[in-house]
Design a protein around this ligand. Structure first.
Ligand SMILES: [Zn+2]
Ligand SMILES: [Zn+2]
Length: 298
């Protein structure tokens, strides 16, 4: 066993505390990685606080892992000692079911093994994530990180990055298209940067005026402060109840569940773009079904 240290939550209301545990000895197809950086994903917080009701304690979160390969099993061909490598949200699957064969391991018939808080088939225990000093993972679930990338900045690509990159690539977002991003959070800032890099015209919807400057810096062409938009529409509805049809449609909450209604509002404001906005809305409904494929192409 490889003894290591990490930070674990011992309960839903406990802060993370130092925690010592063992990783398995590298098997023939395993890669042992010394973790250099790990992003903080909001899922980490949900799981640590047991907000999805399935947390096993102690819980070591973290699935945006970048590190240095320190040891490889004898059958490993994809990595060698000293390589920069990364691990995202999954560390195993059965590899033989139709979904795995199609490169969609996240939909594995047996259930993919997530990087933390998942049954660990090797140890019989639970998987522990990247808030730790080292990890041992099958080479098929380890990603190469180009040396020219800043490893700290690359870490968020492993979850927030792929989650937004995948639908943007799936729908071939590029020049001449408009993209709306709701919220400048972990995913939002990635979506904004990707859509901008792909050449799209990007509008950020946010409730915080304090995020306008950051949004512009990250590449937003336009920023809509959605609270202001809502207030304006309500005021207009009071002035002109007969014209309230559109206004009722913009009595949106925030954030995610109201995406469709925000886009309806945007649609009415720019009526010439109705077709484009319909397409955009469908894109936002798109359930990412090829994360894994795109993760490979990262
Ligand atoms: Zn995540
Ligand atoms: Zn499978």
């Amino acid at each position: 066993m490889v003894s290591t240290k990490g930070y674990a939550a011992q309960g839903a209301h406990e802060p993370l505390k130092p925690f010592s545990f063992d990783r398995r000895d590298p098997q023939p197809r395993d890669v042992q990685i010394e973790i250099l950086f790990c992003g903080v994903c909001h899922s980490d917080l949900h799981i640590v606080r047991n907000e999805w009701g399935r947390t096993i304690y102690p819980c070591v979160p973290g699935h945006e892992i970048v590190g240095r390969v320190v040891k490889v099993g004898r059958e490993v061909r994809k990595f060698k000692e000293g390589d920069l490598a990364a691990v995202g949200c999954m560390v195993d699957s059965d590899r033989v079911c139709p979904n795995c064969r199609a490169g969609l391991e996240q939909f594995c018939d047996q259930g993919a093994t997530l990087t933390y808080n998942s049954e660990d088939k090797h140890t019989g225990g639970v998987t522990y994530g990247g808030y730790s000093k080292s990890i041992v993972v099958d080479q098929d679930f380890v990603l190469r990180v180009p040396d020219r990338l800043d490893p700290a900045a690359a870490a968020p690509l492993l979850c927030a990055g792929i989650t937004t990159y995948s639908p943007l690539r799936k729908w071939k977002v590029g020049q001449g298209q408009k993209v709306g991003v709701v919220g400048l959070g972990g995913l939002g800032h990635m979506a904004l940067k990707f859509a901008n890099a792909f050449g799209a015209n990007v509008t950020l919807f946010t409730t915080s005026a304090g995020k306008v400057a950051d949004a512009k810096r990250l590449g937003a062409d336009d920023v809509v402060i959605s609270k202001v938009a809502q207030t304006r529409w309500r005021a207009r509805a009071r002035r002109d109840p007969a014209g309230g049809g559109a206004c009722k449609r913009v009595s949106f909450g925030f954030p995610a569940p109201a995406v469709g209604r925000i886009l309806d509002w945007w649609d009415r404001r720019n009526s010439g773009d109705a077709r484009l906005l319909r397409r955009t809305r469908n894109r936002l409904r798109y359930r990412d079904d090829n994360n894994r494929q795109n993760q490979r192409s990262l």
